[in-house]
Structure formats: C-alpha cells, structure tokens
Design a protein. Structure first.
Length: 543
C-alpha cells in the first residue's frame, strides 16, 4: 500500500488498492473574508426592568374578577326572586320557599362560578381560553337545570324524572371533560386520543357494573320506561368517564397545573357521588332526603369556581415535554374493565343479551381494540425514531460511525457473495482546528453541516455518507472499480468553492484516503480492517 498526491491511477496491491489525495489552500487551510461584518451584541430593551405579571398576554386584575362575580350573583338572585314572586303569586309561602330551597342557592352559585370562569377565559388565549369557555357553558347549563327544577318547586308540582332539567344538567360533565382535555399540556395528539378512549372504556365498564348493580331491577319493574333507564345510566357513565380522564391527566400534570387539575378532579368526584345517589333515589322511587345530594353538587360547584381562579396563576404553554407514563395511567383504565368482565361472567345468558348490556359491551370492545392499535402504532413509531436517531449523526444528519460500519459489513458480504466491487472513502478537513480556535465552535459546527451537505450532493444516490467523528467523514461506494475513484474526484471538486458560514467565505480542503475491494480478497477482511486501511491512506496523504 502506498499513498501519493498525484491524480494518476492508483497501484493495485493484493486485490485491494489505496489512493490518497491531499490539497491545501495557499497560505493555509483556512481563508476568511476580511470584509465580513462582525457580529453585533443586541441589548434587550427590557433589561433591568420588572414587568407586571401577565396571564396569556393580559394583566391580571383580581378586582375585576370580584366585581364580575358579585354582580353575577346579585343579578341571579334578583332574577330568581322575581320569578319566585311571579310563580307563587307573592304569597309568604312562596317567598319562604324561594329563600329556603337549596335550588335557589344552587342557581346563584352556578351563575357566580360561570362568571369567574368567564373572567379566566378572558385572561387566557388559544386553547386555554377554549377550555374555560367550555366550563362556562357547562356551569350555565347546570344553572338552567337548577332553575327549571326550582320552577317545579315554586309551582308546587312534583318534578318529573326525567325532565328537561336533566338535559341541562348533563351539559356540565361533558363540558368539564372538554375542559380537562384542553387544559392538558405536554400530550401529543395520539396521547389525547388514547386518553379519550380510556374514558370510553371506563364509561362502558361502569355502565355494565351499574346495570348489574341496581338498574336491571328497575328495568324489570318498568321495562316500558326505556327513556328513564337511559337517563339513569347516562349520569354515572359520563361522571365515570370524566373522572377517569381527570385522574389520568392529573397523574401526568406538570407542577404548575396540578392545583387547577386537582380542584377539577375533586369537583368531578363530588358531583359524581351526588349524581349517583340522585339517580339511585330517582330510579328506585325511594323517598329520602336530598340534602346529601345538594351538598355534593354545591361542593362541586365551589371546587369548579376555585379551579377557575387557580388557573389564572400559571399561563399554560403547549410544550411537548418527554414524560414517562405514570403507574396510574397504565393500570387504572383496566380496573373497571376487569370489573365489567367479572360482572358479565356472573350474569345469566339472558341478561347478557339485553340491550343495556350489549351496547356498552360493544363500545368497550371497540374502544379497547382501537386503544391497543394506537398503542402498538405509537410504540412502533417511537422505536423506529429511536433506531434512526441512534444511527444518525445529530450535528450533520448523515449516518454515524456505527451505521457506516454496518453498511460496510453488508457491502463486504455482498462482494463475497456476488462479486460486487466496493470502495471506502475516508477524509478529514485540513487544519479544521483553526476554525474552532479563531471563529468559535458554533461556526465550526455549522461548517461541518455544510461539508456533509456538499459530500452528500457529490456522492451518487445510493452511496452512504457518514461522519465518523470530529471532522472525519466517509463514503461507501458500490459499483465498478473506476466508480470509486470517480466519486473521490467529485468529492474533491466539491471543495473547490468556499463555504459561506456566518457571512464569511471559508476555503477548506480535505485529505482523502480510498480503499477499493475488487476481485479476490482476504476472507478474514472485516469492515474495521477496511476503515483502518482507508485511515492509513488518508494519513499518508497528510504527510
């Protein structure tokens, strides 16, 4: 093996040959444009100044919040008082009923809470604003439902079940679930979809458990009242789905979100317990006090109001932060699924074939299959991305040394099997250290990226370009004997033009070593041996 600087054809030695070329620019390996403008240091106009705290681009004013909440509460009480006087004829009994019935305070608290959430929406932007607007809609729906129920009480009519008020009440859990999904940050689109599917799985499982618990007896007692059964199932199913979403989001929440999400989760839990007890009393026609139901709803409304206030303390930003899945997010969705499966095994075949069991069972199976398909697809994508990153140089985007060594080994095996010639071209940049020492490492990194791009354009399609480390690059050439030398000449020609980096023309040259494998070769020759021989040819060129 020998190395030389001329362009003459290389000598052939024992089935492989080495060829080297080194070129230097006159007066050194680095030439810089002396007329380039030096970088300027910019001073921040706000340096040393303390800006007021803002939320979503607006200055927070708690006094405005207090005024809006107080005005909303007084207005709602005034409207309800007028309705009470009109419907009750102004009698002392109607006035006493108005001021002592819990629905009066429920409406007032819901209206005040919606006003507080509206102020939070006004202070936010983008998806965060949509989250608080959704909560406003849900709270207003609850207020409308309570007002309708209060109307039944003031007119001394027995409230029907189900009624129009139930449609308004059911807006709240849907709205709170939407708020939770919108408030969640650091989640990809697939993670949000999987979160919704987890909620559907829990909801369907809970529907099966609730049906087997007590609603099947109501179905047998009043099979003709299917609408009542459907509404009775909707309350606990929605609450279970939203509560599951709240717990899963809270388990992955960032530090600035935890208080708001914890308050929302507590509110959902309180309302879910109250809804469950209310549905049980209404579906079974039991005459018991609703004080605990009212207390649960009132506590839930107050917690929602507190969550809206707490949400103003931190401006949420959508930042995808890599997070490991918590233990709760892994096992929690499958606990109710296991419970529903156990209940299904205990039920008789006739009960399993009923519509209230079949529908949630189908939803459960479909949601589970879609969730697992998304999980497998996401895991495959992450594994492919990790494998690609492990085999790619992060600075230049070309293959790294590990990937290049594997490609050389494959090409060597193909040569032995099918007698396909191959060549390994190794080069490094002459006096590249001067670039880092005089212009800085950022300029050197950018120059390496430009060099990799030039080499990639000079190499034919299908050839592998890699950065072996530092300022050392390599090219794997597959083809005829003369093709490797042609690629080497093309790569050298690519360095005839200077590189424009940071508004400076940098002229830098490589030293190149080439090893071509053609014909019979040593059976013990490995990819590492080829790289070492190419390195030896390159260092010979430097000398």
């Amino acid at each position: 093996m020998f190395a030389r600087r001329s362009r003459s054809s290389p000598a052939r030695v024992s089935g492989w040959r080495s060829w080297s070329r080194g070129c230097r620019s006159p007066g050194g390996a680095l030439a810089a444009n002396p007329h380039s403008a030096p970088p300027r240091r910019l001073k921040s106009p706000c340096q040393g100044q303390q800006l007021p705290a803002t939320i979503g681009g607006r200055v927070a004013r708690l006094s405005t919040t207090s005024k809006v909440a107080a005005a909303a509460g007084l207005a709602s009480l005034a409207v309800l008082a007028g309705l009470g006087l009109l419907t009750g004829g102004g009698s002392p009994a109607s006035i006493r009923t108005f001021f002592t019935d819990s629905d009066t305070y429920m409406v007032a608290v819901a209206v005040v809470a919606s006003g507080v959430a509206a102020v939070s929406a006004r202070m936010a932007r983008g998806r965060m604003r949509a989250a608080w607007v959704s909560l406003v809609v849900g709270l207003l729906g609850f207020a409308v439902g309570s007002a309708i129920w209060l109307g039944y009480v003031l007119t001394r009519r027995i409230p029907p079940y189900p009624s129009v008020a139930d449609a308004a009440y059911l807006v709240l859990p849907i709205a709170v679930g939407t708020t939770l999904v919108l408030l969640a940050t650091g989640l990809s689109r697939s993670s949000r979809t999987r979160l919704i599917l987890d909620g559907l799985m829990v909801a369907a499982s809970f529907a099966i458990v609730v049906w087997a618990g007590f609603l099947d007896e109501v179905w047998r007692a009043a099979a003709q009242d299917e609408f009542k059964i459907a509404v009775s199932m909707t309350y606990p199913v929605l609450d279970a789905a939203v509560l599951t979403i709240a717990i899963l989001i809270l388990a992955r929440a960032q530090s600035g979100q935890r208080l708001t999400l914890a308050l929302l989760a507590a509110a959902v839990a309180s309302i879910a317990v109250a809804d469950g007890y209310f549905v049980y009393l209404a579906a079974t026609n039991k005459q018991e006090s609703n004080d605990w139901v009212d207390l649960g709803w009132l506590a839930g409304l107050l917690l929602l109001m507190a969550a809206a206030v707490a949400g103003r303390r931190y401006p949420y930003r959508e930042v995808l932060v890599p997070q490991s899945s918590s233990a709760a997010s892994v096992w929690l969705p499958f606990v109710p699924v296991a419970a529903a499966f156990s209940v299904g095994l205990l039920e008789s075949p006739e009960d399993v074939r009923t519509v209230p069991i079949m529908v949630p069972s189908v939803v459960l199976v479909v949601a589970f299959l879609i969730r697992q398909l998304l999980l497998v697809t996401e895991n495959r994508r992450l594994l492919d991305a990790a494998a690609a990153e492990a085999l790619r140089d992060p600075l230049t985007g070309v293959a790294n040394r590990i990937a290049f060594r594997d490609q050389v080994a494959d090409a060597l095996a193909c040569h032995r099997r099918d007698d396909v010639p191959m060549g390994v071209l190794v080069m490094d940049l002459d006096d590249f250290k001067l670039v880092n020492d005089t212009l800085g490492h950022p300029v050197g990194d950018e120059l390496l990226g430009r060099v990799a791009e030039r080499i990639r354009r000079a190499a034919p399609a299908g050839d592998v370009v890699a950065r072996l480390g530092g300022d050392e690059f390599a090219v794997l050439v597959r083809g005829a004997d003369d093709q490797s030398q042609a690629v080497a000449n093309a790569v050298l020609a690519a360095f005839e033009r200077p590189f424009l980096v940071e508004n400076q023309d940098l002229l830098i040259r490589p030293s190149v070593g080439l090893v071509v494998v053609a014909g019979a070769d040593d059976a013990e020759l490995t990819a590492e041996d080829l790289l070492k021989r190419a390195d030896m040819a390159m260092y010979s060129a430097k000398r």
